[in-house]
Each structure stands twice: as structure tokens, then as C-alpha cells.
Write a protein of this length. Structure first.
Length: 83
């Protein structure tokens, strides 16, 4: 049976590739008896969902700064570089 450490690796791997049937069974068996790992699995699913959501939002066009704001910011940056 998988250790908690091995399970966390398998859950992480499952983000990048499909687990084999044997791996899936091992993961499910461990999750049936380990409450801490069930919580970790839920947290990983939440993080994965949020990261996908953030990725979708970043594909949308972002508002640009007005030219005067951009010029002012660049000026301040240049002042700080000289110091």
C-alpha cells in the first residue's frame, strides 16, 4: 500500500498524466483509510480549479495604462535607479 508521501506524489503526477489502473486502485485504497490524505486531495482539486480559472482570466484582454500614467511611472523608476 502507498505511504502518504507516495500518495501525494501520485496525486501530483495525476495532474500531468493519466494514472494506470493499478496506480488508481492504490490511490483509492489509501484514500479510503487515510482522512488526512482525503483532505489533501480535496485541497489539490481546489488549487487546480483555481489555477485553471486564473489561467482563463489571464487570457482575457487586460486594460492598458493611459500614456501619462505610464510616463509618470517610468520617470519614478528611472529616479530610483539613479539613487
Amino acid at each position: 500500500m502507498l505511504s502518504c508521501k507516495d500518495l501525494s506524489h501520485k496525486l501530483s503526477e495525476s495532474c500531468d498524466r493519466k494514472l494506470s489502473l493499478t496506480e488508481k486502485i492504490s490511490v483509492r485504497m489509501h484514500l479510503m483509510i487515510c482522512g488526512a490524505c482525503r483532505i489533501m486531495e480535496k485541497q489539490m482539486k481546489i488549487i487546480r480549479a483555481l489555477s485553471h480559472q486564473t489561467g482563463e482570466q489571464s487570457n482575457q484582454e487586460l486594460p492598458s495604462l493611459p500614456n501619462d500614467s505610464r510616463t509618470r511611472i517610468l520617470g519614478k523608476l528611472k529616479e530610483n535607479i539613479k539613487k
